[in-house]
Design a binder for this molecule. Structure first.
Ligand code: SF4
Ligand code: SF4
Length: 246
């Protein structure tokens, strides 16, 4: 199991399959995933190869009228619910289900890309700790996907703590509640973003100032409020040498 499909909880991530490129509300994302899953179950027979492309074409046509955030980003219709209770999202044509190691070749990206891709947060040194935290914060797989794919924000938070001279253990244990609060604030505006996890981070946050500039631009006044509370609980914290790059 991994950040994509955590061992604990009842959530998973599907952000890199392009879900958030569609301009929908959380409820609409869930309805769409349910619709895909039901149609997939009804029409795709793993032993009939042409049933895969027929499903794909049909869904692409049906979803073609949904407004997109970015016309160049693909949203794969093979992303659906993969558990009985319809809480976890994932690849409905993953070899684990089809028994065919190449079945993802029926998708736009193809097997080699689908299986080789790992987002920045997943491949980061703190992946397991972020996974645990996000499982605790997220109330469903939509929220979990928002959190998991948002690697620039997550990296900025890591750097904020590093520049504040706090170690990882402190961040995930002693400051867990503050950390959770910060990500809950983030979730308030996540729906407006097109998180694919492919986003490029042009700022490596070499200084506390650059981290704060980014967090303030992303969270607005909520950042100032969070920081005020943070400073009350953690007086005398701040950067001393200016550079704590990973
Ligand atoms: S965005 Fe990252 S965590 Fe989410 S499914 Fe893709 S690789 Fe996994
Ligand atoms: S085929 Fe690839 S892009 Fe599509 S849902 Fe599966 S893993 Fe995601």
């Amino acid at each position: 199991m991994s950040l994509c499909h955590p061992e604990k909880g009842n959530v998973s991530c599907g952000a890199c399959c392009g879900l958030f490129n569609l301009k929908l509300t959380t409820k609409e994302y869930k309805n769409l995933l349910l619709e895909r899953t039901n149609e997939f179950k009804k029409t795709v027979d793993f032993s009939i190869r042409h049933s895969f492309p027929i499903y794909r074409k049909d869904r692409e046509t049906k979803e073609g009228s949904i407004p997109k955030k970015d016309e160049m980003t693909y949203n794969c219709p093979f992303l659906g619910y993969v558990d009985e209770t319809k809480h976890r999202i994932g690849c409905m044509i993953h070899p684990i289900f089809t028994g065919d190691p190449k079945s993802q070749n029926f998708s736009f990206y193809g097997t080699s890309i689908c299986q080789a891709y790992d987002c920045k947060t997943k491949e980061g040194a703190l992946a397991d700790l972020w996974e645990d935290l996000f499982v605790e914060i997220a109330k469903d797989s939509i929220e979990f996907s928002f959190l998991s794919a948002d690697h620039i924000f997550t990296y900025a938070v890591e750097k904020f703590f590093a520049h504040s001279l706090l170690n990882t253990e402190t961040m995930f244990h002693l400051n867990r509640l503050e950390l959770m609060e910060l990500f809950r604030i983030r979730l308030e505006t996540s729906a407006s973003k097109n998180f694919t996890s492919f986003e490029i981070n042009y700022d490596i946050f070499l200084t506390l100032e650059s981290v704060e500039r980014y967090l303030s631009s992303e969270l607005g006044s909520e950042w100032n409020q969070w920081k005020l509370e943070w400073e009350k609980k953690n007086p005398n914290r701040g950067e001393v040498s200016g550079s704590f790059d990973k």
